[in-house]
Write a protein that binds this ligand. Structure first.
Ligand code: SF4
Length: 463
């Protein structure tokens, strides 16, 4: 297929910016991009770096040398916001010493009115403030700022289809992100994402297959399909394709590579998807399925649209269909109104499922979400004790999982040299780190490994 090309309008702006630099700069201008938050932001930054390269920018790790500093921000945690204000403020000094230097702020933080107002009033040296759905227009924003001298504010969320053909400059060469959708329609009561990234929109499957094929052709060995809720991929597309079908199509791409995906939502995780994971040899036998709480009462107030029984049944089906599956999940401890009895339900689900790993968070309210207005009588100190209790339970389960892995055969991507001579470090399908006896020439390969031992970590040899 012929992929969509980058917008003619933005390409023209990029060319004009490049011409501007040729006329006004004696050396190549440099950009410095700082990314906060989740993998979605990392992936967005890779696309904006692609646009910057198209405009003629090179890149520097040193902000003092940069002609453009871009902050791609996150709204999920409050202390991350404070850090952004502090770090943006610290860049002001470079503007004094470097004529024509620009500073931009984008990402989830800038979709909140109070944040935009604060940048307008208190950060007059910030040149561009733009939102999550207009990042593909970066060439236009830079051109406008360079030629009109006016600060640019563009934060509209109009939920237009995702712009295809945006150039990408990926950070790595072995493992790469591939966004398949944007936004979220779920409105979990604790989550800011639907308000700052807008409604769920899926990319054209042909564009995804094209991009994945290009990644494999250029040497990527692991592709992470990315979305806030990949399980509901395909809603609203002209050609009806669901996520299970998309996985099968990516799996059919020729080459030696591994496919991962995140994040899943239990309410949309289908048996068809479990079958696709089982059948597709390139898909990692790993399911990260956030359950957040083991208490039905709390799941209801979280607006998660499943209950414990449905979650347990999904896990039972996953284990039955894919016996070698590795499971992981996200959990929130101390949601508003959660009692110790509710929390015990979470512990009992953790013990029942036996996750290989957990990503656990103590609830922190996000302004603008319903949960931030809910009564929350349990102290932070008490929640901290619950959190420690959960960690202790999970530590034992994780230890058992690792011990049980000894003697098994695992597919491992060798990613870096170990400190020990003659060994490389890699990750299994279940995303567990393994030290493998292997020569350095094998770095970047997917190999089959027998797990020989576990002391502080897994150690194996190539079969
Ligand atoms: S599914 Fe829920 S937690 Fe995940 S992004 Fe959407 S609203 Fe947030």
């Amino acid at each position: 297929m012929i992929p969509s090309s980058y917008s003619a309008e933005q390409t023209a702006y990029a060319n004009r910016v490049a011409a501007y630099f040729k006329e006004h700069y004696s050396t190549q201008p440099l950009a410095h991009v700082i990314t906060y938050g989740c993998q979605q932001n990392v992936s967005d930054s890779e696309r904006m770096k692609g646009e910057l390269a198209l405009m003629g920018y090179g890149f520097t790790a040193d902000p003092a040398k940069a002609d453009f500093i871009l902050f791609n921000t996150c709204a999920v945690r409050e202390h991350a916001e404070d850090r952004v204000y502090g770090n943006v403020g610290a860049m002001k000094r470079y503007k004094r010493t470097k004529k024509g230097m620009l500073i931009g702020v984008c990402g989830c933080m800038t979709q909140q009115d109070r944040v935009v107002e604060r940048f307008q009033k208190s950060f007059p040296f910030v040149d561009l403030v733009f939102g999550t759905q207009v990042q593909h227009r970066l060439p236009e924003f830079i051109y406008r700022r360079l030629t009109t001298g006016k600060r640019v504010y563009e934060t509209k969320l109009d939920n237009a289809p995702i712009e295809e053909g945006v150039p990408v400059r990926r950070d790595g060469t072995l493992k790469g992100w591939l966004p398949i959708m944007a936004g979220c329609d779920n409105f979990c009561t604790y989550c800011i994402v639907p308000y700052v990234r807008g409604r769920e929109r899926s990319r054209d499957p042909e564009e995804i297959i094209y991009e994945a094929t290009e990644m494999v052709r250029s040497g990527f060995k692991e592709i992470m399909l990315l979305g806030q809720n990949v399980n509901s991929y395909g809603k609203g597309l002209d050609e009806p394709v669901n996520f299970a079908q998309l996985l099968r199509r990516v799996n059919a791409i020729e080459g030696d590579f591994r496919i991962r995906f995140m994040t899943s939502h239990p309410k949309d995780c289908s048996l068809e998807l479990l079958d696709a994971i089982r059948d597709c040899e390139k898909v990692a036998k790993h399911l990260h399925l956030p359950f957040q709480s083991g208490s039905d009462r709390i799941l209801k107030t979280m607006n998660r649209h499943y209950d414990r029984e449905k979650y347990s049944e999904l896990i039972r089906q996953a284990k039955e269909r894919i016996p070698q599956i590795t499971l992981s999940a996200d959990i929130i401890v101390g949601f508003p109104g959660e009692s110790y009895e509710d929390f015990k339900q979470t512990i009992s689900l953790v013990e029942e499922v036996q996750f290989a790993s957990l990503f656990t968070f103590i609830f922190s309210p996000r302004e603008g979400t319903p949960a931030a207005k809910m009564a929350d009588p349990v102290s932070r100190e008490e929640k901290g004790k619950w959190f420690q209790e959960l960690l202790a339970v999970q530590e034992k389960i994780n230890e058992t999982y690792l011990k049980n892995t000894v003697g098994t055969v695992q597919r491992v991507l060798l990613e870096e040299l170990s400190e020990r001579d003659g060994f490389c470090i890699g990750h299994t399908d279940g995303n567990v780190s393994v030290e493998v006896q292997a020569s350095p020439e094998l770095l970047g390969s997917l190999v089959t490994v027998h797990i020989d031992s576990y002391e502080r970590h897994l150690v194996g040899t190539i079969c």
